[in-house]
Design a protein around this ligand. Structure first.
Ligand code: SF4
Length: 66
């Protein structure tokens, strides 16, 4: 199974939860703190990625599974 992540930076409120939970996949912009997607198709850390998507307080993250 593969996961594809999408991040809507317009919805992001810079809480930092995603980077905290899955730092290999998500980071925060140095200037505004909003999400930076480092790896949109991660091969590992799927559990952490799912948790990050579910935990995001603004609904800025979404997953597609195939
Ligand atoms: S968890 Fe959501 S709101 Fe927080 S930085 Fe990540 S994408 Fe933005």
């Amino acid at each position: 199974m593969s996961l594809r992540i999408s991040a809507d930076r317009d919805r992001c409120i810079a809480s930092g939860m995603c980077a905290l939970l899955a730092g290999a996949v998500f980071d925060q912009d140095d200037t505004d703190g909003r999400v930076l997607l480092l790896d949109p198709i991660p091969r590992t850390d799927h559990t952490a990625v799912r948790e990050a998507v579910e935990t995001c307080p603004s609904g800025a993250l979404s997953l597609t599974e195939s």
